[in-house]
Design a protein around this ligand. Structure first.
Ligand code: NAP
Ligand code: ZN
Ligand code: ZN
Length: 363
């Protein structure tokens, strides 16, 4: 009998995944339970799960928010294996995607405007205590039970491995690029950090005909970024001359960097009325460069993932434009090495775990 059973057995479906148990962030096999399929729920056999940098932040408790044991993973694609009696959007055998949230209140101002991602009662896909006392566990696991509202339909033409990362990385950049008017032909977008989020921002922006400049710490990413992702300009963030030359040229910048870094040169690169959108989540707050904001009516904003309606819109947009993430598919037992490589920005551009073929679930 596994020791780590956390809610009443009679409501339980046995599940298996990999969890971190302490701030070393090292993952190992873990038995737990999921709820049975409720009337509004779908159950999924998880096929692929992307590795987001947030998984690393949380596995290592870099934010001071982690509840151990933690099963990370919120870029999930799976096959529907069961549907509840009220489910209308999915049938058994369909492919569904689940991102960072699996619940919200459904009635607050945010929820009624399709902004469940800003609901004060949002239920994150993992690392969340729920009202009934149970816990959520993420997609580095064999199965998931989720309210149909928090799953999206995956169009047939999208390859599933490259689709998984769009459930977090994709929507996290798509939503602010749309909201702040940066995903438009003729606009000049800066993308800071060419990782999982950053390369999705490049793909969406190029799909609509925007000009894209990447601001990166990694000169070794330049050639491929320009030749394969179609990046127009590639600036090295420690090259002051390059940064100076780009002053006042950009309509907006999406900053996806996962570690503390200065914002001054970024705000200086914006045109008057330019917008710097922070989506990366370094644990320490940045210093705020006030003067370049004042002298140009510039704006710094944040943004978190996107609502369910917009997540479906993003997936449908991706299907129409043949956009998926560039991925390195790995077996489950490579996950600790993969997380170490994510910490060093040594991945082009997303690891995706081949869960169905390599987890070896006993259930
Ligand atoms: P990632 O794949 O690791 O990419 C981050 C990129 O930032 C790296 O590839 C690297 O790009 C750059 N970078 C890393 N360390 C740096 C440093 N010390 N200084 C400057 N640049 C550095 O991570 P990700 O999965 O895209 O996630 C990025 C961040 O967004 C994380 O903090 C994550 O938690 C957060 N996030 C937020 C949301 C949201 O809703 N707001 C959703 C998902 C993730 P270069 O090599 O090009 O410099
Ligand atoms: Zn994420
Ligand atoms: Zn709500």
């Amino acid at each position: 009998m596994p020791q780590e059973i956390l809610v009443a057995e009679e409501q339980a479906v046995k599940a298996y995944g990999w969890a971190a148990r302490d701030s070393s962030g090292i993952l190992s096999p873990f038995h737990f339970i999921r709820r049975t399929t409720g009337s509004n729920d779908i159950s999924m056999k998880i096929l692929y799960c992307g590795i987001c940098h947030s998984d690393l932040h949380l596995a290592k408790d870099e934010m001071g928010l982690t509840i151990y044991p933690i099963v990370p993973g919120h870029e999930i694609v799976g096959e529907v294996t069961k549907v509840g009696s009220n489910v209308t959007r999915f049938q058994v055998g369909d492919i569904a995607g689940v991102g960072c949230m699996v619940g919200s209140c459904r009635s607050c101002d945010n929820c009624t405007q399709d902004l469940e991602n800003y609901c004060p009662k949002i239920v994150w896909t993992y690392n969340k205590h729920q009202e009934d006392g149970s816990r959520t566990f993420g997609g580095y696991s064999d199965k998931l039970v989720v309210d149909q509202h928090f799953a999206v339909r995956i169009p047939d033409n999208l390859p599933l491995q490259g689709t998984a990362p769009m459930l977090c990385a994709g929507i996290t950049v798509y939503s602010p690029m749309r909201y702040f008017g940066l995903m438009e032909a003729g606009k000049h977008l800066g993308v800071v950090g060419l990782g999982g989020l950053g390369h999705m921002a490049v793909k969406f922006a190029k799909a609509v005909g925007a000009k894209v400049t990447v601001i990166s710490t990694s000169p070794n990413k330049k050639k491929e970024a320009m030749e394969q992702l179609g990046v127009d300009e590639f600036l090295i963030s420690h090259d002051q001359e390059q940064l100076q030359a780009a002053k006042g040229t950009m309509d907006g910048i999406i900053d996806t960097v996962s570690a503390p870094h200065p914002l001054l040169s970024l705000t200086e690169m914006l045109k008057t009325n330019g917008k710097l959108i922070l989506v990366g989540a370094p644990a320490q707050p940045p210093e705020l460069p006030v003067f370049p904001l004042i002298l140009g009516r510039k704006l710094i904003a944040g943004s978190a993932i996107g609502g369910m309606k917009e997540t479906q819109e993003m997936i449908d947009f991706a299907a129409k434009h043949n956009i998926t993430a560039d991925v390195e598919v790995i077996p489950m037992d490579y996950v600790n090495t993969a997380l170490e490589r994510v910490a060093k920005a040594d991945i082009k551009y997303r690891f995706v775990i081949d869960v169905a073929n390599t987890l070896n679930s006993p259930y």
